[in-house]
Write a protein that binds this ligand. Structure first.
Ligand code: FES
Length: 152
């Protein structure tokens, strides 16, 4: 908490308390902390004189902001049209079920975080899943377990 306060105060030094600075402050906080934590929102609320719900409302509008920490490995499931019609949503449900988390969350052991994306740019391989920087095409629910195994 002490560390967080120091980091946040350091970030605030580069900005005036104009509410128009909300987005750049959120971007800087995410860059420094990896996500927008609740204590960070409280600090921003005091600094910009905005309510926490106003800040959350703005931040949650932009997909670039996340509200949970990252895991050691990041799973991104493509939910774009090509992947959707070939089972992208079913894959996402399977990940959520197997990892016992929802999209945007991180597993309790901090091994994986999970997110969806509109297109990973390799639609011919649909459905596609990305783990860290590795692309897995023609993915299926049956392959999930063995695909995750090398990621400790
Ligand atoms: S829609 Fe999935 S990679 Fe493009």
């Amino acid at each position: 908490m002490e560390d967080l306060n120091i980091k946040i105060k350091e970030i605030f030094r580069n900005f005036s308390n104009d509410p128009g600075n909300l987005i750049p402050i959120l971007q800087k906080v995410q860059k420094e902390l990896g996500y927008i934590s609740l204590p960070a929102i409280e600090e921003i609320s005091c600094f910009l004189k905005l309510t926490e719900s106003e800040i959350y409302g703005v931040a949650s509008f932009y997909s670039q902001f996340r509200f949970n920490p990252r895991g050691r490995h990041s799973i991104t499931v493509c939910l774009g049209t090509a992947c959707h019609v070939r089972g992208g949503s079913i894959l996402m449900e399977a990940f959520e079920r197997d990892l016992e988390i929802k999209t945007g969350e991180c597993t309790l052991d901090k091994r994986f975080d999970l997110d969806g994306v509109a297109c990973l740019g390799c639609c011919a391989l649909a459905p596609v899943v990305k783990i860290d920087n590795d692309i897995y095409g023609n993915m299926s629910v049956i392959k999930l377990k063995e695909t995750l195994e090398p990621y400790e």
